[in-house]
Design a protein around this ligand. Sequence first.
Ligand SMILES: *Cc1c(COP(=O)(O)O)cnc(C)c1O
Length: 503
Amino acid sequence: MLTPPESPGLPLLSVSLPDPGDGTGPLAVDPKKFRDELVVAADWVADYLSRIRQRPVAQPVPLEHRRALAEGGMPQEGQDLGALLEFVGQAVAPYPTGNGHPAFFAWINSPPSPAGVIAELLATAVNATCGMGEHALMDLERGVVRDLAALAGMAPATGGVLTSGGSMANLLCLGAARTWFLRGHEATDGPAYDQAHARLTAYHSDQAHMSVAKAAATIGLPPWRLRAVPTTAERRMDVEALKAMIDADLASGLLPFCVVSNLGSTASGAVDPIEAITQVCRSRGMWHHADGAWGGLGAMVPELAPLYRGVADLDSLTVDPHKTLSVPVGCGAALVTDPDRLREAFTYRASYLDGDQDWPWMSDYTIELTRPGTRALTLWATLHQLGRAGVSSLLQHYQDLARYLSRRVQAHPALELCSDGPLPVVCFRLAAGTALDRPEARADLHTAVAARVQARGHAYLATVCHDGETVLRACFCNYLTTADDVDTLLEEVRAAAQHLSTA
Ligand SMILES: *Cc1c(COP(=O)(O)O)cnc(C)c1O
């Protein structure tokens, strides 16, 4: 052990400290200047959002511009507030990929809710670290998680966390399922863990979102321990096939631990038979996770509600408020019927981080420690702008628009409906035997039609693989979209097909 040198008579502090300064380091800004700039920014935001409809749906980013942005490069000396507003106006805002435009039908990207935009700014000012300790926004997160679970129709004790999105929520829920299963088999460490872990097997339908495979890989499940269960004609998981696959795996000594069902498949809006899958899980000691990233709140729509019976008996559910609810990205949620299952999987301690038994930290339920409060406040603001009634009518609006598109497709002599839902996704193709048809290359024609529609900038849709064929796909999740936008889409498809078939 070191002992301090004898130094009687010497002054305790002979080093000179640097001048502490006057509290105006390089980040400090004159309060008036800050306020003025915020006002300009607020004007810019209001202007930008109010003129969404006037802009092209998408504007390709010129290659030189992409390169310049991607290259990086910061100045030696700082600029006033980073010259941010000018930069955003010139370099960022002109190049959105449709997000927010009411005639964007390609992917599940919605415009931000007005209350959410304001909440994002306010939460950023508060800048809470919602992982540990106490913060009002962390308690608010517990509350909005409960509100979301109630909207979905889950059991009252349900808890969970907000995440960056559906991919992260799927990962957390699979992690919770894995730990739960291993604990149940007394295989949480040592050789028992090694042996059990290598045999863990999970199941999803052949319509599952690829984030499920990513999540499985991340928790250490190789692709050959993740089974794709075939689907029926309506693209719902074939429960008899599921049972047969699980039982064959059990017979060969594997450990089936989890089924992931779809509440709204991304390609076509299919909802798996929840109750039947839960029954399979219960009888075989497995966890039932549902991926409802964009369709998880379907129970709020009367015409869909019957498909959502049994949500209260799920073990976990992924919901993405940044999809159908228009909460600014990224806001997803991992909802778990027994939230202790998340804690068992994700509570770790450090000597400098103690935790709280009565009010467990939010970091105990996830793999993030420092977490933003923006998710909780933007979700809260959006839910309070909507109310329960608003959530129902918003989701109903999407159903109505999808039904309108499918009716128009069916009535159109040059188009054929491939699938419509039940969630608001409509897949369609150019009809065989019409002037628009080139039978030798109809799939290529669909790709070319989508590309031409996208390039013209009046509407935007995507393609999807449907029964092995590339067809057109439109989905609905923009509160600004009207029937006129749907008409514009069809007119654009017709014009593009005409152009290509006569070219
Ligand atoms: C969008 C989506 C995801 C992924 O969610 P992110 O928020 O993009 O990470 C997962 N599952 C389904 C069914 C989705 O539609």
